[in-house]
Write a protein that binds this ligand. Structure first.
Ligand SMILES: NC(=O)c1ccc[n+]([C@@H]2O[C@H](COP(=O)([O-])OP(=O)(O)OC[C@H]3O[C@@H](n4cnc5c(N)ncnc54)[C@H](O)[C@@H]3O)[C@@H](O)[C@H]2O)c1
Length: 289
């Protein structure tokens, strides 16, 4: 038996970027005919001149490419319209619906409007999430409640309303974060609300099972989105040890969501899928020098 170990190679980060990772893969009809709401389908504005694609926009565009009609829900009209226009310009089907999901009275009417326009509902993708980045000593009741209102309560309300109208075979997905598992972001309202989402996802799966409706959670790691760039501006050491020498892309988050939204995952339920390159499991690159 050989006892030699392979010498580490100098890994080029681009060697792990495939057509799927950059949103250039051929569509395969994996969501043909599905009617899906994406909540938080726009993307935030940042100071970047050429911003990367955000998770919500990548998810919406990919779902449409794979054959779904997508209701693009967002608080920001221009952000949702831009996602919608990208889908339509590619020959897909989408429309915009405007709602502020921090308002508990806005959720059920939004879901009803979208389900009506879609002609039914077989998919609910809850991507919306906010972070104020306040450390514990500076936390305010207002900020805490706003984080939980958007990141957790709105998801509970959307699921409650969706379970009333969805048929068997439908799928619900929540978007948590690796921040749900650790405190290194010094961001307790975000971390606690993202951890709560994982328990909420299980509760939704419990409630949906008897109607044949699945619910899963995706938990992205360090992703190069406008949101990720804002977080990196707050904390420059945020992503120095990322696996494969690069952060993830919005498309890579979208492909994980695509699997959980499609019938390919028909026996995957109440699961949390980390999309972090293995970072949380200790797969970290130690920067040289
Ligand atoms: N980028 C990362 O590194 C990273 C890592 C882990 C998890 N996530 C999660 O990914 C999700 C967001 O990713 P993104 O790239 O789409 O972010 P984003 O901030 O670019 O987009 C979020 C969208 O939600 C909308 N929104 C905000 N408040 C709203 C409200 N009250 N009502 C309705 N819409 C509202 C915004 O207008 C925006 O279009 C969040 O749940 C976030 O926690 C991101």
């Amino acid at each position: 038996m050989s006892t030699t170990t392979r010498a580490p190679i100098k890994l080029d980060p681009s060697s792990s970027l495939h057509p799927e990772s950059i949103g250039q893969a051929k569509a395969l009809g994996r969501l043909q005919g599905r009617r899906i709401m994406v909540v938080g389908a726009g993307q935030r504005k940042t100071v970047d001149e050429e911003p990367p694609i955000g998770n919500g926009r990548a998810i919406s565009v990919l779902f449409a490419r794979e054959g779904a009609t997508v209701a693009c829900v967002d608080i920001a009209q221009d952000a949702a319209d831009n996602t919608c226009q990208q889908i339509i310009s590619e020959g897909g089907k989408a429309f915009t619906d405007i709602a502020d999901v921090s308002d508990p009275n806005a959720i059920a009417p939004c879901l009803e409007r979208c389900a009506k326009q879609l002609g039914g509902l077989d998919g609910l993708m809850l991507n919306v999430g906010i972070s104020h980045g306040l450390q514990l000593p500076n936390m305010t009741i207002e900020s805490w409640d706003k984080n939980f209102g958007i990141n957790v309560r709105s998801h509970m309300q959307f699921a409650q309303a969706a379970l009333k109208v969805m048929d068997p075979g439908s799928s619900i997905i929540l978007t948590s974060s690796v921040a749900s598992q650790r405190a290194n972001g010094y961001n307790p309202a975000y971390e606690a609300s993202k951890a709560a989402q994982i328990a909420l996802g299980r509760a939704i799966a419990r409630a949906g099972e008897e109607r044949g409706i699945r619910c899963n959670v995706i938990a992205p790691g360090y992703i190069d989105t406008p949101m990720g760039r804002d977080a990196s501006r707050r904390r420059s050491d945020r992503a120095v040890t990322v696996p494969f020498g690069r952060q993830g892309t919005g498309w890579e988050v979208a492909y994980a969501a695509l699997f959980l939204m499609s019938h390919e995952s028909s026996y995957v339920n109440a699961h949390t899928l980390f999309v972090d390159g293995g970072h949380l499991s200790g797969i970290q690159r130690v920067p040289k020098g």
